[in-house]
Write a protein that binds this ligand. Sequence first.
Ligand code: PLP
Length: 446
Amino acid sequence: MRTPIADFVRAYANSGSVRLHMPGHKGKAFLGCEPLDITEINGADVLYSAHGIIDESERNASHLFKTAHTYYSTEGSTLAIKAMLMLAMQSRKSDTPPVVLAARNVHRAFISAAALIDFSVEWLYPAKTESLCECIVSADAVEGVLRNMPSLPFAVYITSPDYLGNIADVEGIARVCERHGLPLLVDNAHGAYLAFTSPTLHPIALGAAMCVDSAHKTLPVLTGGAYLHISEQFSRYAENARSALSLFASTSPSYLVLQSLDLCNAYLADSYTERLSEFVKGLELAKQKIRSIGFSIRLSEPLKIVLDTVEFGYTGNEVAQFLRENNIEAEYADEKFVTLMLTPENDGEDISRLLLALASLEKREPIKEPDYPPLKPTEQVISIREAVFSPRRRVNVTDSVGKICADAAISCPPAIPIAISGERITEDLAALLTAYGINEIAIVDC
Ligand SMILES: Cc1ncc(COP(=O)(O)O)c(C=O)c1O
């Protein structure tokens, strides 16, 4: 597969051209990568009105991900989520209210989108949850809520996979959406690689209208590289996709990230499916070994190992700290779980070191499960936008009960808001904030 962006930049870097254009480093190696760091010079195309090498590279990605169109973001899924919601909002029928039906475990980018685009949210809550990270909703639950809404939303939005590796029933929820004539939007930030599993688990293949993937989270792409995918069935969104992205994006996209996304196409086209399948098999064996040590491992998407540590006698944070002392850094930990993210770029040595470290941790008496108050529907007093743009003051969480949340209070990672802007802070929400280590919160100053 051709790599037109990477080829162009390499040729330019080797051309000996006098750089009388931005960036200011002029290709001199301060960090090391500057010779390849260019801006939108002649021939380099323009990301948000691409007709040249970027367009060609995105078409390669569209082919690989089997989409009507795949667009690049050099500012992560955070940018692509806003553009995806903007496109769905713009395409709604004129009598459809600006409301999205969304599973509650959204990334903070969704709240930013609600504030900037000004839509409101009908939240879907899980029947049962062990963590802020998850909000497993069934297709039937989505159907039930849609039937009871006074008017239909302009989109249904879910996060799948989530930080604990849960994969939603995208296919079932997409069928419900189709029956109601609604687009299903999926935050697939953690699942770019799912387009290459057998069978495919990628949201576009399972019926989503659009989804975003952080290429950088699971593929060999520099941080910031992400995709906005549009399905064949909803190809009408493509007409305005670049303008939706440019509404929120910098006019100086990183060509390092663009080259990385471009090279990733060639990597994916070159027997990645087989490599991934082999790696996943090896990882399943590693998971069995970890279970035999006595750890409980959650069922999850293939590239995550999610340890439920309380049975082993530790909090997730304690196990993450133990791994850190053994020179192994986890992706996420809380009072109950540790999430480890692996890709085929982790070699056998990495996995051996993980197994060795876990085997050296002494098993203890099980500890008590953390007792989180359930996340329950709360009064939305003012819109997310009004709250985000309101005067505010910071108070201790203990003094916030009864007040209106100004900024989505976030624990990061996973950057999932606990209290949403505009919501009345209840005793339960305050307790949950404290349980996740948040002691201060911005409230609307009224
Ligand atoms: C579920 C989810 N969605 C979106 C994002 C944002 O992705 P990015 O870092 O590519 O902007 C993240 C980041 O961690 C995430 O976990």
